[in-house]
Design a protein around this ligand. Structure first.
Ligand code: BV8
Ligand code: ZN
Length: 239
């Protein structure tokens, strides 16, 4: 089965869900987590992306996020992000589930979406819980809440933290109702997102993986294409 056959299937589908990971932003110059140039090569996630790390050394964690925000501030969406915006416009029931915190899907124009690991351009007060957009580059270290002076944290889901219930609900709804699930640019290692393909499979979705390398999802999906998201995703757009 070719990408053209998949494009045909998509053009006849009434409901499509998409799950993306860091691989879709790699073509915008954003380092992935586990690749050779990956973020986790120099930092261990448990040391930085966890509530304990923030508790222990908020300054170190904010320095890491400030570095990522500075890096991201010069990055723009690529053809894969843009193709997903077109898919959303053309398909009756469309939902995007992204693990990415870089905000590039939103910048590209996606709206029917759940950012299940949060968004690096939002901060949350550890005292009063207020969530607010923050695009300061650099951000004050340490940033404090304008309402209550509480310490602000990145509005990101860290390891050991549960995802927002509304994001889980929206994701499960999309996975249970989609005819086609596209999985783009994720290593399929992080839960609960790693359980999304099996859930869609259980509900008889046709699953397509687009990824640079094989992943644990590869032998579960109906078809897997290896390549760069920026090259493959635009080919799925109904003509
Ligand atoms: C939770 C925030 C429960 C930080 C992130 C043992 C077994 C099972 C589960 C666990 C376990 N031990 C611990 C857990 C739970 C844990 C987990 O899954 N750990 C894993 C590592 C085993 N999960 C959690 O803790 C989650 N919470 O389970 O809560 C709970 C319940 C109740 C009460 C309390 C708790 C929270 C998970 C969220 C963690 N946060 N990030 C930050 O980003 O700053 S995860 C981190 O990994 C990123 O957010 C990223 O989104 C995510 C997934 O990575 P990918 O996106 O897949 O990126 P990766 O680099 O891995 O892969 C990129 C892929 O792209 C590659 O395959 C590559 O080939 C491909 N690629 C590269 N270039 C391209 C390309 N493809 C196409 N085109 C290209 N150009
Ligand atoms: Zn506050």
């Amino acid at each position: 089965m070719s990408l053209l056959d998949i494009r045909e299937r998509i053009s006849n589908a009434r409901s499509v869900a998409v799950l993306t990971g860091a691989g879709i932003s790699a073509d915008s110059g954003v380092p992935t987590f586990r690749g050779t140039d990956g973020l986790w090569k120099n930092f261990r996630p448990e040391e930085l992306a966890s509530p304990d790390a923030f508790e222990r050394d908020p300054k170190l964690v904010w320095e890491w996020y400030n570095w990522r925000r500075e890096l991201l501030s010069t990055k723009t969406p690529n053809a894969a992000h843009e193709a997903i915006v077109q898919l959303e416009k053309q398909i009756e029931n469309f939902w995007l589930i992204t693990q990415n915190v870089d905000g590039l899907h939103r910048t590209a124009g996606s709206t029917n979406m759940s950012e299940i690991h949060g968004n690096i351009w939002k901060v949350r007060c550890t005292n009063c819980g207020t969530i607010a957009p923050n695009h300061d580059v650099p951000i004050d270290i340490l940033p404090h809440c304008p309402n209550c002076q509480g310490l602000l944290r990145p509005h990101i889901v860290w390891f050991g933290e549960s995802l927002a219930q509304e994001d889980l609900d929206a994701s499960f709804r999309a996975l249970q109702n989609c005819e086609i699930l596209l999985i783009i640019g994720t290593s399929g290692l992080v839960y609960p997102a790693a359980s999304f393909a099996p859930i869609a499979k259980e509900h008889h979705a046709f699953i397509v993986e687009l990824n640079l390398d094989p992943t644990p999802n590869s032998n579960l999906v109906d078809i897997s294409f290896q390549g760069r998201a920026k090259d493959l995703v635009p080919l799925l757009l109904p003509s």
